[in-house]
Write a protein that binds this ligand. Structure first.
Ligand code: NAD
Ligand code: MG
Length: 400
């Protein structure tokens, strides 16, 4: 049966990889809906190529976009804003939602997809960092399916026993001999450079990742290793484990995408070329396998695989993520919000790269909010997110 897919964040890097796979498998997948926020010319071209039933654009662009589609003879329902994204994510015609919007902006639609019982291919890690408990509870109670396409989490998923995969990936203490998870990290563009060199990094240097081609925000997060911090929190929620059971190891070649360590001493790893098409194709077709179009790994050409312990002085964001996870959801919301503001300020050349960690730490220490318990709802979460953004804007203004 053809799977009908909504790609939210279709104009981004994950959107590109997803649509390349869908274009090569039109008999199995139908592109039912798309969304884009910037680069609307690209979104228009995607509408011409895939002719979806629905498209979501920013509110200010609806009339223009609808007119362009009309003039091109395309009859596509145009919706807008958060409500438009939620409309698409919950559309009864949609089987699978690819959650590929960057940042907190992706949370409402991803959560709505969970509450509508959809199959969710999750790239938007920030949704779990902000609302892990609410998201996982919604997935369970509405019988949704959550499949990670973040490469590390997808690798771990592939290395878990089928019984855990089918139980929405939840590992319990005594279960199936899982001892700990190992998240691999490339170490980013500054792995071989000193803290002082990192301090002087330009935007162009920071977003130039050695192994992966990605959007700007996640590229900066990789340079500071905040990305691995966010992924640590993502993994805690996804696999129901405390942060103490998840180790991070730098593996500069990005060939092993993560590992599961078992009590008998076995380490299971998933390997592949650094290409997001592999985890996306895995999740699209799970439990089957399809051709992703990625370059097969050439084992004969590999010269060696290295593993290095991360330096938590240089990569303080990783330490902050563990602290926030220990402190609770309110802290992971603050860290995520502060980081989004600090990264935007760095990309606008208002902060140095190494100031991102300072800003994040200051936000975590200074912002006082009540502890969130497991009954917290999305409004409580968004209220803390807004407060943390305002506070961090002021911190950036002070430092800039
Ligand atoms: P990107 O910047 O390339 O694309 C982001 C997409 O979100 C675009 O379609 C953009 O139009 C849309 N968007 C941006 N702001 C929005 C807003 N306010 N409202 C609605 N839509 C908005 O980002 P990306 O690299 O594709 O990353 C997307 C998500 O996937 C992120 O959460 C990232 O952490 C995660 N991820 C990305 C990669 C990768 O290789 N790029 C790997 C793993 C995980
Ligand atoms: Mg990743």
């Amino acid at each position: 049966m053809t799977q009908r897919i909504a790609v939210l964040g279709a104009t981004g890097s994950i959107g590109d990889s997803t649509l390349a796979i869908l274009a090569a498998h039109t008999q199995d997948y139908n592109v039912y809906a798309l969304s884009g926020y910037q680069r609307l010319d690209k979104l228009f071209a995607l509408c011409q190529q895939f002719e979806p039933m629905r498209v979501c654009v920013p509110a200010a662009a609806v009339d223009d976009f609808a007119q362009r589609l009309d003039e091109a003879g395309l009859s596509i329902d145009v919706v807008s804003g958060d409500s438009g994204l939620i409309d698409i994510a919950t559309d009864t015609q949609v089987d699978t939602v690819v959650a590929a919007i960057v940042g907190a902006a992706g949370l409402p639609s991803t959560l709505a997809a969970a509450r509508a019982g959809k199959r969710i291919l999750l790239a938007n890690k920030e949704a779990l960092v902000m609302a892990g408990q609410v998201m996982i509870a919604a997935v369970k109670s509405h019988h949704a399916t959550l499949l990670p396409i973040d490469s590390e989490h997808n690798a771990i998923f592939q290395c878990l026993p089928p019984a855990i995969q089918q139980n929405n990936t939840h590992i319990h203490e005594s279960n199936h001999g899982v001892r700990r998870l190992w998240l691999t990290a490339s170490g980013g563009p500054f792995l071989q450079q000193s803290f002082e060199q990192m301090q002087q990094a330009s935007v162009a240097q920071a977003v130039k990742h050695p192994n992966w081609s990605m959007g700007q925000k996640i590229s900066v997060d990789s340079a500071t290793m905040m990305n691995k911090g966010l992924e640590l929190i993502e993994a805690c929620h996804l696999f129901d484990l405390p942060e103490s059971k998840i180790n991070v190891v730098i593996h500069p070649q990005s060939i092993i995408h993560s590992m599961v360590e078992y009590s008998d001493g076995s380490f299971l790893a998933q390997l592949g070329s650094p290409d997001m098409k592999t985890p996306i194709a895995h999740a699209l077709s799970y439990p089957e396998r399809i051709d992703s179009g990625s370059q097969p790994l050439d084992l004969y050409a590999l010269s060696g695989l290295e593993f290095i312990k991360p330096d938590l002085h240089k990569f303080a964001c990783l330490r902050l993520a563990r602290q926030a996870m220990q402190a609770g959801t309110q802290a992971t919301i603050i860290l995520n919000a502060a980081n989004e503001i600090a990264v935007a300020a760095f990309l606008a050349s208002r902060l140095r790269l190494t100031d991102i960690a300072n800003i994040n730490e200051q936000a975590l220490t200074e912002i006082q909010v009540p502890l969130l318990d497991e009954n917290a709802d999305i409004d409580d979460i968004l209220a803390i997110d807004r407060l943390a953004r305002r506070h961090t804007e002021a911190l950036v203004a002070e430092m800039a």
